[in-house]
Structures are given as C-alpha cells and as structure tokens.
Design a protein around this ligand. Structure first.
Ligand code: NDP
Length: 263
C-alpha cells in the first residue's frame, strides 16, 4: 500500500456512504493524493456538512458540485477540475454515486426503471466521457509500465446484484430495477475497457460488499435489514484492491476483497 501513490482522484457521490468513506481513506493515506476531488450534487446542503468539515481541514480536498443526472453540471465540474489540475491529468476516477429503489417483477414501473438507469448507468457514462481527456493526459504523462490506479483508471462501483450468473443466489433481494442497472453498468465497464485500452486507462467494475449505508439499508434483506460490513471495513478492502489493480483486472468485476465475480 505504501508504494501506491495517486496524484489525483475524483469520487462521485462523496458526501455520504461509501463515497465519503473513500475520501476519508484517501486523506488518511501515508502518501495522500495531492488533489482529491470530492463531488456531490448539493455541496451547500446539510447532507454535505461532514464533507465540508473535512475539506476545511484538508486543503487537498476540493469539493465540486456534480449531479450525475445533469450533463451541464458534469461538464462544469470537468472544466473546474481541469483548471485546478493546471496541466496535469486525472489519475483515478471513481464512479460511485448510485441509487436503489425497491422493485419486483410485479411492482417495477417505467419511471423507476428509467430513473435508476439514468443515475446508475447514464451518469457513469457521461462522467467518464467528460473526464476522459484528463484520464488520457494522466496516462500519457506517466512513465509507469502497464495499467494501474496510480497511472490512469476508471473504476465503476457496481454490485454483485448486477451479476447475471450470481442471480440465483441473490434473487431474494427485491431490487429488479437496480439489478438491471448494475448489469448494464457492468456492460458499460466492459465496453470502456475495450474502448480505452489503447489509451492505457484501466477500467474495472468493483462490488463493495453489502455495506451499512442508506442504500445498503434500502436494499436490505432479511431481518437484519441493512448490510454486513461497516463502511470502514468495505473501504479498507477497496483501498487495498485499488492499490493492486493492474491489467489483469481490466474489463472485469472484482469484489472489495479482490476476488473476481462472474458477469
Ligand atoms: P448511499 O445511499 O449511502 O450514498 C449514495 C451517494 O450517491 C450519495 O452521496 C448520494 O448523494 C449520491 N448520489 C445519488 N444520486 C446522485 C446523483 N444523481 N448525482 C450525484 N450523486 C448522487 O449509498 P452507498 O454509499 O451504499 O452506495 C455507493 C455505491 O455503492 C452505489 O453505486 C451503490 O450502488 C454501490 N453499492 C452499494 C452497496 C451497499 O451495500 N451499500 C452494495 C453494492 C453496491 P445525495 O446525498 O445527494 O443523495
């Protein structure tokens, strides 16, 4: 872990849950990134207060407004990030923002399907499009061989619930719209891995485990109703995984423990 240095990282949906914990872990690294872009849709809202407190204490944390369902806000954030980076590229982009809503084959509606798809799939697509030139710049400016998060990487936070092959084991979780969106995000990751390979940008989908967050609670299964892992346990694992990602993880889905999941 000590040798793993990322100059710049951007996390979407970083005001709470796994996103906020990622920001805390990047700050707490022995060699933290010089620039940590913590993006959220409402930086002035009460839900961003903890993030704002962090940014007030750590000058390397830069809060940017970014609503993944608003193309204008994505482009504006990319412009601000580019200006802040002052000629450097962006090493690591983590598409973390996501939503879930309870839905079964019987209850799923067109509104629910489209809204979850918009946030969980269209959002990551547009965010990566907008920041692609900065990821490319980071890859071009690096003298590291191979692929890594310290060079240039696009990590999409997905879910085992989007794994087609694993569905018989997880079908008891009634989130059909979410499952379909994460299956599509997995496909997007695969497409990105094909499209950005020559540019040297590592593209990986990552399942964070079942985590005690608002989303984890909403997707809650069984009487426990809300997650196996604390955000700290999940993100501690994710940080180790990010440190070890290489071309062998390009275009695949891995877990917070570094194991490969089938699509
Ligand atoms: P939370 O509900 O705790 O946090 C979700 C985050 O996404 C919030 O910061 C929220 O911001 C943000 N967000 C939602 N919609 C948008 C949007 N349109 N634009 C910008 N930000 C948005 O969820 P988690 O931390 O648990 O989830 C993070 C990721 O991990 C998601 O992609 C989720 O699918 C994935 N995941 C989570 C699992 C779990 O068990 N928790 C399991 C598998 C995957 P706001 O405060 O403004 O709503």
């Amino acid at each position: 872990m000590a040798g793993f240095h990322v100059h710049s990282v951007l996390v979407t949906g970083s005001n709470r849950g796994i996103g906020l914990e990622l920001i805390k872990h990047f700050i707490g690294k022995p060699n933290p990134p010089e620039v940590i872009f913590a993006t959220c849709r409402d930086p002035e809202g009460t839900r961003a207060q903890e993030l704002k407190n962090l940014a007030a204490q750590h000058p390397n944390v830069v809060i940017l407004q970014l609503d993944t369902t608003d193309p204008g806000s994505i482009k504006a954030a990319a412009k601000k990030a580019e200006a802040h980076l002052g000629g450097s590229g962006l090493n690591l982009l983590i598409n973390n923002a996501g939503i879930v809503s309870p839905s079964t084959l019987e209850s799923a509606t067109s509104e629910d399907m489209l809204s979850v798809y918009n946030t969980n799939v269209v959002g990551p697509l547009l965010v990566t499009q907008a920041f692609l030139h900065l990821l490319k710049k980071a890859a071009q400016g690096s003298n590291q061989k191979g692929m890594s998060c310290s060079k240039a990487a696009n990590v999409n936070i997905s879910s085992v619930l989007g794994s087609t092959e694993k569905t018989p084991e997880t079908f008891f979780v009634p989130v059909v719209s979410y499952r379909c969106s994460k299956a599509a995000l997995n496909m997007l990751t695969k497409c990105q891995s094909m499209g950005y390979k020559d540019a040297g940008i590592l593209c990986t989908a990552l399942h964070p485990g079942w985590v005690k967050t608002e989303l984890g609670r909403l997707a809650g299964r069984g009487p426990m109703g809300g997650g196996d892992l604390t955000v700290d346990e999940s993100v501690s694992g994710i940080m180790k995984v990010l440190c070890n990602l290489s071309e062998e993880h390009h275009g695949i889905l891995v877990t917070w423990e570094g194991n490969t999941l089938p699509w």
